[in-house]
Ligand binder design. Structure first.
Ligand code: SF4
Ligand code: SF4
Length: 134
């Protein structure tokens, strides 16, 4: 079976060969959908895990034991274009540059493929134009 999850790595786990360990120790394949992982920073990745249900559960228990947070809900960011006033405040907190202001039109651009659903942008929006959905 497959599970799509969001992983948040503490600084000390960023260098850990997690996908290798999942494959070798649990026979779980990892398809990285998007990731934002840099040295000495908290890392975030949206991944699809494939494997036997028991092995998947064991793999997730192991990740939790390594202080990797796992969010099972596969959420997506939604920008309400009717509400957004293109102020650009959210672009300042986005760690992956998924949010940017178009230099020509000064309108907000959202590049979904870069978003790691860290949700840091949600509280910055003064008009509550950003939300998540499953
Ligand atoms: S949730 Fe918001 S701040 Fe985080 S990566 Fe996605 S767009 Fe950027
Ligand atoms: S903070 Fe809110 S209103 Fe401002 S650009 Fe971002 S989504 Fe639009």
């Amino acid at each position: 079976m497959k599970k799509r999850v969001t992983l948040i790595f503490p600084k000390r786990s960023v260098y850990m060969p997690v996908t290798y360990r999942l494959a070798k120790d649990f026979n779980v394949a990892t398809n990285i959908i998007r990731a934002q992982i840099a040295p000495n920073q908290v890392g975030t990745a949206v991944v699809e895990l494939s494997g036997d249900i028991d092995q998947l559960d064991a793999a997730m228990d192991w990740m939790r034991s390594q202080d990797i947070s796992i969010s099972l809900a596969s959420r997506e960011i939604v920008i309400d274009e009717d509400t957004c006033v293109h102020c650009g405040l959210c672009t300042g907190v986005c760690p992956t540059e998924a949010l940017s202001l178009d230099p020509q039109t000064f309108r907000l651009n959202f590049t979904r493929s870069r978003c790691v659903v860290c949700e840091q942008c949600i509280p910055t929006c003064p008009v509550q134009a950003i939300s998540t959905h499953l």
